[in-house]
Ligand binder design. Structure first.
Ligand code: EPZ
Length: 419
């Protein structure tokens, strides 16, 4: 079992870079199933979720060659079977994104129903209802979605909730469907825009991506030789908080600052300084004492749920009473009890957490429960007095590449140990 051990208290100084976005890479990797020729993808981070997706694409029939040091993957798309097995899907619920491309390309798909995970039940009914409108029939058999369609056709889809994965599945399916598809109440996250840009460069006819209404005209074939994935805005936001919580000063390169408006607003309100010193280069530090704030997680462009656990760590040592209302997932406060073990004063009532700032946190053995919770515990450990040991760090490796190595280069006393 691997752990991360942090001796807190070191302010972080120096320059670091943001890696390629996990939540843009995953849908684009699945979108390669739609292509009729090979593609090379750049800026693909070395993350467990990317490795899991490579494995799933190989099981479906594609050739996938990843070069870790180059952060690049060469894919020869090919579909020889259409089943996404449960033992893979249970480790990464984004496997559901194989559904749209398989149905568009070969007219059938057998994808294990993604179970829930630590942060919620994670249903996919909105994906399935939308695909049904496009001509897909499906049954649920022994925990698998067994779907098929004779000829996928365009439809007018109206999502009850701007689901990111649902928007991505329908966007991918619609590119090869016959006729026009309109997605109303579409998700507007930057990762949707990156996926749409990839598909448009491959020949898809898409308009409105990034807004709440997306128009797609089906085409016959998609081909693209190479594409570079956008930087990871959630990793960027996490690094910003690392600089501010430790009272250091960081320069963050390849930083997609314009996709982090709501996060920057909260950080500046709380006493952080976030300054774009050049295109994609941001300097972060404290501008004064840390003060409390009130945050509600909402779909883009409002405050992202994927930054909720991380901002909570900062609120733990901000003077005054902060609140966080989590409106996206039903159980995304698993980090609260672990932060409390470090001396944080946090009360939960339903979807709302109330954080009473304390002078300092104290190092303690804690346990990661999900990806962003693990990032929150690292941030808390960086500023806590004493030693913090974080267990189950495989959660961290799903979404952050070698985070402890990068933080060590910035002055943190942090290491990964194997027990
Ligand atoms: C994507 O998950 C991200 N994952 C999540 O990031 C992110 O938290 C989430 O979007 C919201 O921004 C990837 O991109 C791989 P949703 P997704 O469909 O697609 C409900 C991380 O830490 N819902 O927008 O699953 C659902 O239960 C991960 O990187 C339905 O009810 O998000 C949830 O409460 C965690 N029915 C809410 O919508 C459906 O059919 C948001 O889900 C679909 C979703």
């Amino acid at each position: 079992m691997k752990k991360i051990v942090i001796h807190g208290g070191n302010p972080l100084y120096g320059t670091t870079q943001v890696n390629g976005s996990k939540n843009a890479a995953l849908p684009i990797l699945f979108a390669t199933l739609l292509l009729d020729s090979p593609v090379r993808l750049h800026n693909i981070s070395y993350l467990q979720d990317c490795l899991t997706t490579f494995q799933l694409l190989r099981i479906l029939g594609s050739t996938v060659e990843y070069t870790q040091e180059m952060h690049s993957v060469y894919i020869i798309p090919h579909i020889t079977q259409h089943e996404a097995p449960y033992d893979l899907v249970k480790t990464m619920r984004a496997s559901i994104l194989s559904l749209g491309p398989l149905l568009a390309k070969v007219g059938k798909a057998q994808v294990a129903l993604p179970g829930g995970c630590a942060i919620g039940s994670r249903p996919v009914a909105l994906h399935l209802e939308a695909l049904q409108k496009m001509g897909v029939q499906y049954t649920i058999e022994e925990g698998y979605i067994v779907a098929q369609c004779d000829a996928l056709h365009g439809a007018s889809i109206n999502f009850a909730f701007p689901t990111v994965g649902g928007t991505e599945n329908i966007l991918m399916a619609a590119t090869l469907a016959r006729g026009e598809t309109v997605i109303h109440n579409a998700a507007k996250e930057p990762e949707i825009v990156d996926l749409a840009n990839f598909l448009i460069e491959a020949g898809a006819r898409i308009e409105g991506h990034g807004s709440d209404t997306i128009y797609i005209q089906g085409v016959d074939t998609l081909n693209i030789a190479q594409y570079s994935i956008m930087p990871d805005r959630i990793e960027a936001g996490t690094l910003m908080i690392a600089g501010i919580i430790t009272d250091g000063e960081l320069v963050i390169e390849r930083c997609p600052i314009h996709t982090l408006g709501a996060v920057v607003e909260v950080l500046e309100y709380m006493g952080g300084s976030v300054e774009e010193i050049d295109e994609g280069i941001v300097k972060v530090k404290r501008s004064g004492p840390l003060v409390s704030a009130h945050v509600e997680t909402l779909p883009y462009p409002d405050f992202p749920t994927d930054m909720q656990a991380q901002i909570m760590a900062l609120m733990c040592i901000a003077k005054g009473r902060s609140t966080i209302t989590e409106t996206i997932f039903e159980n995304r406060f698993m980090h609260v009890q672990e932060l409390a073990r470090m001396g944080a004063h946090i009360e939960i009532s339903g979807h709302k957490a109330v954080i009473q700032g304390v002078e300092n946190l104290n190092g303690a053995p804690v346990m990661a429960s999900d990806l962003r919770a693990s990032a929150s515990l690292v941030l808390a450990g960086l500023v806590a007095e004493g030693v913090t040991e974080i267990d189950r760090i495989y959660h961290l490796d799903r979404g952050y590449e070698a985070l402890e190595e990068r933080l060590r280069l910035l002055g943190a006393t942090i290491e990964r140990i194997s027990l």
